[in-house]
Design a protein around this ligand. Structure first.
Ligand SMILES: *Cc1c(COP(=O)(O)O)cnc(C)c1O
Length: 233
């Protein structure tokens, strides 16, 4: 497992997708999804130049964040999993970004629990773009109400939208969902010009090309960087 080589390959894929879409590579950042992976693997990625990491499980993420505290590394941590309200404090206290915000109640808790000596917590609203009843995220029609609610919370900074569309290998279906997200993103930018709405988090290992074509500014990649996950432990 050569993490450095994997990262280079993913960067190349991003570069190609940007070229096809007439976009510059600096418009698309890479979030390395390190859930279930060791701090050694994260350190390897860091040494290869990676700075942004995503975690799905609160406790596991906090342990890793604390491991690197005081080590003179400038890592940026994104929470990308479903969040139960009783765990919100850990996210508010330790993470830099929270990408899966889908309830006003959680927004209020994060705002109350964010330490005031830290910068506001960057948040993305998660949209349930494929309308699967089992998945988290809000319906597109609910976006503006939640966004306006978040805007008034001083310890949160609304930065944009995130989605996990239903997985499909059909690039047309991939694009359909991503284009809807792009429209919602532009709608949000128009509705809240006073906010720094600059982040559209969409695209994973098998659909990043379509996502970048549709305006993604952040792709979230795990397996292609760190290898397959082992959930048996
Ligand atoms: C696990 C995960 C990813 C990365 O998935 P891979 O298939 O390993 O690239 C991206 N986004 C979210 C929200 C995830 O939970």
């Amino acid at each position: 497992m050569d993490i450095q080589q994997n990262l280079q390959q993913v960067q190349q894929q991003i570069q190609q997708a940007c070229q096809q879409a007439n976009r510059t590579i600096s418009e698309v950042s890479l979030l390395a999804v390190s859930k279930t992976k060791s701090v050694e693997a994260i350190l390897h990625a860091y040494q290869a130049g990676q700075r942004q990491f995503g975690e799905n499980y609160v406790q596991e993420g906090v342990e890793k964040i604390q491991h690197f505290e005081g080590q003179n590394v400038d890592l940026e941590w994104h929470f990308i999993g479903p969040l139960q309200s009783n765990k919100s404090r850990l996210v508010a206290e330790h993470f830099d970004w929270m990408q899966t915000l889908d309830r006003a109640k959680i927004a209020d808790r994060l705002n109350d629990q964010r330490p005031h000596y830290k910068k506001p917590l960057n948040v993305l609203i998660q949209i349930n773009i494929s309308d699967e009843s089992s998945k988290s995220g809000i319906q597109p029609a609910e976006m503006l109400d939640l966004a306006k609610h978040i805007k008034n919370l001083p310890h949160l900074c609304l930065r944009g939208l995130m989605a996990i569309p239903a997985p499909t290998d059909d690039i047309h279906q991939q694009k359909q969902a991503f284009m809807q997200m792009q429209q919602l993103f532009e709608q949000l930018q128009r509705a809240l010009p006073e906010c720094q709405i600059d982040t559209l988090s969409m695209g994973m290992s098998n659909d990043l090309t379509a996502a970048i074509e549709c305006g993604s500014t952040m792709v979230r990649i795990g397996t292609a960087i760190f290898g397959a996950r082992d959930y048996s432990k």
